[in-house]
Design a protein around this ligand. Structure first.
Ligand code: C5J
Length: 223
């Protein structure tokens, strides 16, 4: 089968494809969360929630595994390098008490996935201490166990955790497809640049396509 993606059609098999939804967490997206407290315009990220929900629903209906990630750390911060913690805003660092509990700490309200996009029972949720979802997690082992070869990506932010994970996946031999309207950045120019980088030089990192195009391929009869 083919998806009408850029820079050229992507050959794929739904039986060996998974959807990875990156870091759709309350602290990054909801008003009053960590991201908003740092002065970011979270309405940009909120705008992709409906398209992301449609993508998740379409993949679930087609039997494509949905994997969710959360950027978060252990409460004792033993998996948070000081070099990471000391960057960002000095007034609100990882582990500090933020508006939705301790910032980016597993189990805190802000680290949870938005209720609209919440995992259903049986879906894999990966807590990741890095920007890339393969680093220090069992994602690679999990995908190998499922026999996955193609990854569809959604989530935030495009140029940080999404692109980092796509690059990790690309280096591991996966074909990677980014859902253009189910990913966003606090900086629109960074999203545009990331999408161009991904599909440059003959899909050097991967492919991109709108959610509607992906869903038309995932469920051609219903689309
Ligand atoms: C993610 C970040 N999820 N921007 N984190 O992209 O720090």
């Amino acid at each position: 089968m083919k998806i009408d993606a850029l820079p050229f059609a992507l050959e794929w098999d739904p039986a060996t494809t998974a959807l990875i939804v990156i870091d759709m967490q309350r602290d990054f997206i909801e008003p009053g969360g960590f991201g908003a407290t740092l002065g970011n315009d979270v309405t940009l990220l909120q705008a992709i929630v409906p398209a992301t929900a449609r993508l998740i629903a379409g993949c679930r209906a087609a039997g494509i595994p949905v994997i969710h990630t959360r950027e978060c750390h252990r409460p004792d911060l033993s998996d948070c390098p000081p070099a990471k913690r000391l960057r960002g805003s000095p007034s609100l660092r990882i582990g500090d008490a933020g508006p939705m509990g301790r910032v980016l700490i597993a189990g805190e309200p802000g680290a949870e996935i938005l209720p609209e996009l919440a995992p259903v029972p049986g879906e894999k949720v990966i807590d990741k201490p890095g920007k890339g979802a393969f680093y220090a997690t069992d994602l690679g082992t999990h995908l190998a166990g499922l026999g996955i070869r193609t990854l569809i990506f959604a989530g935030v932010t495009t140029e940080v955790c999404v692109q980092t994970t796509m690059r990790e996946a690309n280096d591991r031999g996966f074909d990677c497809l980014l859902a253009e309207d189910a990913t966003e950045s606090y900086f629109p120019a960074f999203k545009t640049a990331a999408i161009e980088m991904i599909r440059a030089q003959g899909a050097i990192v991967g492919w991109t396509a709108p959610v509607a195009t992906i869903l038309a391929a995932v469920a051609p009869i219903d689309a």
